[in-house]
Every structure is written in C-alpha cells, then in structure tokens.
Design a protein around this ligand. Structure first.
Ligand code: FES
Length: 515
C-alpha cells in the first residue's frame, strides 16, 4: 500500500511508481576504482540488465554502470505490457520501411515476448506473468478507418489478430483490433531475478556512477566516469534512455522525448480482463495487476512533449476524470509518469552507434514499447558483441536514414528546439522568487535574467540557473513531479538541479544557498 497521502484533488501528493513501491530493488555501491571487463553496459534499465544477463550466461565478464539507481528510469515507470501490438504501427511501417522490415519488426517483438515468458517459466520467477489479449479500440468513428488499415496490415504480414466491433470495456466502442495471447508482468520483480543471476555469474553492477565519455583505443575502449575512474572493455553498450556517446550519430536531432502519465486504482471483480489501448486522442491505456495480494487497474495516457506541458497536474486530473467516468469513483493509490523517446520512423535505434565504430553500441528510442523492444535490443546487441548474425540488425540499425514521412514532425520538433534555445533566456519573467508559496516552483527573474525557483514544503528556497547543461536550452518547471524538464532533448533535473535523466550529465547551477 502507498503511504503517499492524497492531496485535496484526491491524487497522491507525490509521484510513486507502483512497480518500485511493491518490489524490493537490490542496491549497489558506486564505482570507486578502475576495472577491466569484457563488456561495459551503461544503463541499468531493462535493456542493460537483459543484455548483461545474456552476456553473463555466455561467460562474458560484464559491468553495468548506472548513473542513478537501477530500474528507476522508464523501466520502473512503464505500464509493462508484453506485446507486439505497439499502438497502430504496422500499416505505417509497411509504408515507411516496406513489408519485409515491417514483418521483421513484428517477429523481433514476438520473439522478445516469447523470451520473457520462457525466462519467467524456466526460472520460476514470481512476477504476475499472465497471458492476456492486447486490444486497440476506438470510441470514435474517426478512427475506424485507421483500425481497418491496421487490420489489413496484420493480414498482409501474417500477424494473428481479430477485427471486432466491441470489447468487454464499459465503453461504447466502434471498432477494435485484438492481438491474442500477449502478456503482462511486474517488470521490477522480473528484473530483480535477472540481476541476481548477473551477480551470481560474477557480473558487476555499480549505481550512482555516471559514464561521461568513451575513449576509443585499438584493442579496447575506456569508459570514463564522472569521478574519473575508467572501465576498460572491448565492447561498450549504451543502454541509457538517450545515448551517452555517439554524437556523430546526431541522435539529439533524430529523436524526440514525450512524457505520459499513469494512475493505479483498486481493481474490482467486474473489471474486464485484457490489455487495452485507445486509438483515439487523448490516448488511454488500461491493464490489470495482481501481485502479492494487491489487485489493481493501471490506467495511463495523456502524452505531451517533455518540457511543454504547462501545469502537468492537469494530465493526472484528466486521467482521474476518465477513471471516474469509465469505472466509477475509485481511490487513486499511485500516480507516476514516464518519458520515452520516439525516432522519426518509430523504430528504435539498436546497433553500432556510429557505422564504422565496431565495438560501441547503442539501444534507444523504444517509443512507448520498451518491454519487448528492449528485450529484442538486448538479444541483438548480444549477437553483435559475440559476432553472431542476427536477422533484425538491418531493421534496427541506427545508421539508417529512411526517407521519412514524418519529416513534418522532425521539422516541427527542431523548430521547437530552436525556439527554446534562442528565445528562452530572453523570455520576460516577472515572478519574484519571494512570492512562491510552499511546494511551488516557477521560472523567475533574478538580476534581470531568467532563473528557476522552488520553495519546498519547509519554506526553503532553491534557485537554479535554467540553462540546460546539454546544449543550453531553457528548462521548464514540471509541477506534478517537482522537476525542471528540458523541452529540447528531454533532460530532467530535480529542484536542487541534480540530473535525473540525460542526455545532460552535469547538474543545473544552484544560484543560492538554500534557506
Ligand atoms: Fe538538450 Fe537540454 S539542451 S536536453
């Protein structure tokens, strides 16, 4: 049960992921010396942990370096559906990359799903793994055509599915597409087991250890940490949200970050089984959980680009209103949010960070579908590192530049970046930090320049320079999470300025002595 008391609105005062609150996450020391391994894996989310697990099983000496705490990024804040039904995507993929690659994308995710299920069964992992249908539905006539096109794509690609007119949801559905026999699970409970296996096999895991750069050598790479230690390894894999190296791949201009919101409410017997996603806007995602005696419904949605959400509480409130209208009034036990990166053709970047660099790899851009895409990514990186052919390499290769139909999105995204980069500092802020009430934050004006201020519940004021340490855009206040979020490439900082999510590696400058 959450100890997070509800505010007047009925929402818990602070975000808290159910996955992280309900399963104990193992803890690890930070790296305090130089080490040598076969493979350095940077990032302790599902991709990095699965990759290290696979490599350790192959007898490789691995080390995971995590800037914060393992599983605390998007992995710990997902809706955790194990499915190859990634929203409406297959009709788009056929048009963007052709039928062969669209089919391979499906197969990679289908096999990833089978891998997770096999791993759970073979190891007897207790993680609420439950087979369920995945259903995309529409309550508006506007989306019927999109669902029909997706159904045609399923038929063309040989994807098992069913086009139906209704679902067990208490909603007036106009059209729906079922992908049967998918699954749900508790991601932290699952990964906890993989972590134990990595450690058992001699793998090393370091938390609070930020990888800063890679120094490429003839026989080995050296990952340098923020505190100046080196991890020497033949292969380096960046399994972070945003690649920590590979600037030559221009990833900051080829992906955009989005945030989405999640509520967990008590589940009632009348709630239908299945995993649902609406094809309409605003998007709604619904699935159940049954773990350690707790029965919940997880309801998500309300996407927006990072740092461009104004008051972010309104997204939780919109989800709460949806819950009330659809399922009746329910206690909101948990609320949390997640960030995902989307590439311009919707397919993740997995493979060599830069084409000619043989031993430096990345995996990123999973959109909202990180459970299977991350597992497929880990399998692919494992094969590349071991020199084994993998038929999915050409689908995920980061060096692709498809003639992209989303060029409009690309241009709009970059126009936003330019706006925040050039104009942000000049914005005329009139708020005075002294006017902030407890637990309130805002962009303010200090000595004629823009800054960021937050007054904590005890009255302490924290003032930071709002210039993002990645490439200098202006960060924006996120009131629901009490963070400073960068609208350009998604870096996030807590109210003290510490980095919570990259690409930034350095904290925002604190401009006062909090007090
Ligand atoms: Fe790139 Fe802030 S400027 S994340």
């Amino acid at each position: 049960m959450s100890t997070n008391e509800p505010s007047e609105s009925g929402l818990p005062q602070y975000p808290q992921s159910y996955w992280l609150a309900s399963a104990e996450v193992p803890q690890f020391e930070k790296l305090t010396k130089d080490i040598t391994v076969d493979v350095a894996v940077v990032g302790g989310g599902i991709t990095g942990i699965t990759l290290a697990f696979l490599l350790a099983k192959e007898g490789k000496k691995v080390a995971i370096l995590e800037a914060g705490l393992i599983m605390n990024g998007t992995t710990g804040h997902t809706t955790a559906k194990i499915t190859a039904q990634h929203d409406l995507i297959y009709d788009d993929l056929i048009r963007y990359v052709g039928e062969e690659k669209a089919r391979l994308y499906y197969l990679a995710n289908h096999e990833a799903s089978a891998f997770i299920r096999r791993t759970v069964e073979e190891n007897g992992i207790s993680c609420d793994l439950t087979e369920e249908d995945s259903i995309i539905y529409s309550t508006s006539t506007n989306s019927i055509e999109k669902i029909d096109k997706e159904w045609k794509a399923y038929e063309k690609l040989g994807i098992p599915g069913k086009r139906v007119e209704s679902t067990p949801l208490p909603l007036e559905v106009k059209a729906a597409l079922v992908m049967p026999q998918q699954a749900r699970f508790h991601p932290v409970a699952y990964l906890k087991h993989l972590v134990q296996e990595i450690v058992k096999a001699g793998g090393q895991i370091y938390e609070n250890t930020t990888a800063m750069t890679v120094e490429h050598g003839t026989f080995a790479n050296k990952v340098k940490t923020k505190e100046g230690h080196y991890v020497e390894a033949r292969d380096v894999a960046s399994c972070t949200h945003f690649p920590f190296y590979g600037a030559g791949g221009f990833y900051f201009a080829r992906m955009y970050p989005e945030r989405a919101y999640v509520l967990a409410i008590p589940r009632e017997k009348s709630d239908p089984p299945g995993m649902y996603l609406s094809a309409d806007n605003p998007v709604r995602s619904i699935r159940s959980v049954s773990y350690n005696g707790e029965e919940l419904l997880v309801v998500g949605g309300e996407r927006h680009k990072t740092g461009q959400g104004d008051s972010t509480f309104k997204y939780y409130e919109a989800l709460e209103a949806f819950v009330r209208e659809t399922f009746g009034p329910r206690e909101i036990r948990y609320r949390w949010s997640a960030q995902d990166y989307t590439t311009l053709d919707k397919i993740p970047f997995v493979g060599r960070a830069v084409k000619d660099e043989q031993h430096a790899y990345i995996a990123t851009g999973f959109r909202k579908w990180g459970m299977t895409n991350s597992t497929a990514a880990a399998q692919l990186l494992k094969d590349l590192i071991l020199g084994v052919d993998n038929r999915y390499e050409k689908v995920y290769t980061p060096s692709r530049f498809h003639a992209d139909p989303s060029v409009r999105v690309f241009l709009e995204t970059n126009a936003d970046v330019a706006k925040h980069f050039v104009g942000g500092k000049l914005e005329w802020e009139t708020r005075d930090p002294q006017d902030l009430a407890p637990d309130q934050g805002a962009a303010v004006r200090i000595y004629g320049r823009r800054a960021g201020a937050y007054r904590d519940p005890d009255g302490k004021l924290y003032i930071v320079d709002t210039t993002c340490k990645h490439m200098g855009c202006e960060v924006e206040w996120n009131d629901a999470e009490r963070t400073w979020d960068c609208p350009c490439h998604g870096s996030r900082y807590n109210y003290r300025g510490d980095v919570m999510e990259g690409p930034a590696k350095q904290p925002l400058k604190l401009l006062n002595q909090p007090g």
